[in-house]
Design a protein around this ligand. Sequence first.
Ligand code: LRH
Ligand code: MN
Ligand code: MN
Length: 426
Amino acid sequence: MKIEQQHIEGVNKSYLKSHQENYDFLANNLTQKGINISNLLGKLKAFQVAIPSWALGAGGTRFGRFSYYGEPSSLEQKIQDIGILHALTQTAGAVSLHIPWDIPEDYAAVKELAEGLNIKFDAVNSNTFQDQKDAKETYKYGSLSNTNEAVRQQAIQHNLDVINIGNQLGSKSLTVWLADGSCFPGQNNFQTALQNTENSLKEIYKGLPSDWSMLIEYKPYEPNFYSTVIQDWGTSFMLANACGEKAYSLVDLGHHLPNSNIEQIVSILMLKGKLGGFHFNDSKYGDDDLTVGSIKPYALFLIFNELVYGMQNNPQNPDLAWMIDASHNVKDPLEDLIQSLEAIQEAYAKALLVNQTELKEAQLNNDVVKCQEILQDAYRTDVRPLLAQARLESGGALSPINSYRRLNVRETLIEERGKYTVATGL
Ligand code: LRH
Ligand code: MN
Ligand code: MN
């Protein structure tokens, strides 16, 4: 299924009048505050977030998976699904592949399909957290950190293969996330594990094309529950520095211990020019991979506030690779992703409203109340008409979720692909 422009325009008609009223009201208010609306709209339109190839089907937990009907079974179908998301939201213009889950068979065809849907290939993700079919060595006791050199070599080679795959598609970065760690005290020598990881990452780094970057993701626990080799931003930062200037840290919102100050982590990494990528999701307990903004929207806004500050003040930091890293256990994956995309844009738009000059002045005067007022004034602004206007001007839907339902997207996908697809596993 492909959503055509006239489908979207048709549905938009019924929302146009009320949108115009809401947008005019907001635009007037913001203009009175001295905010340049067209500048704001331009930034919102330019902000594109990659959809990971593994997020288009229903997720699951280790206790079970409840499939969603009409799920995509091939990489081509996954890209088609992202095309639907992008057509409606105009903010999902990229795909992030996980290798070997989604190795293209016909590169030219996959590239052509993506191009036709205006989708770019963002970071490619390697996978050394599972054993692969016919692999000689096992990752049961670690990959890049393994005490056995043959295992490390296999994992290094896999990462080099992933770079090669990404290179053929136009990707410019490799994301490395390691499950390496230990389940019980005494199982690992912490120092050896970290040293091996550093050496292995340096080998991979040597194979990076000159215009590529390597993004090192951290996570405190899971699947290992006693220790994880790359457990936090400090370890990731240390490894990125050891590798070189093309290596960066990647922040996944779910990869922190409860109550960590993620906005401060983001800010410091950007100051040091070492924040390279970002995985969006939300969580109540751990790496829950819930819909972005569904649990802690104010925290998301505060994180965006630092991201916006960094993008405006830290030229030493590169452009970031943005990606949604969420899992959908009970919702239609496409509807869930639309909700995440909207939440990201909302937090971004609110952060763009923060008056940085006034905030700086209030900070210098130690006017704590004013500082808080400035942030909360931006946060409490209902920016949804602004997002809708940005979508409208880009050819997207005024109301993506409602349009998705009114265009019977899921029903059509089920008709085309069948209720139970290969992805269902039934
Ligand atoms: C690990 C992670 C990492 C993986 C993805 C599937 O928890 O966040 O980014 O590649 O999930
Ligand atoms: Mn992640
Ligand atoms: Mn994760």
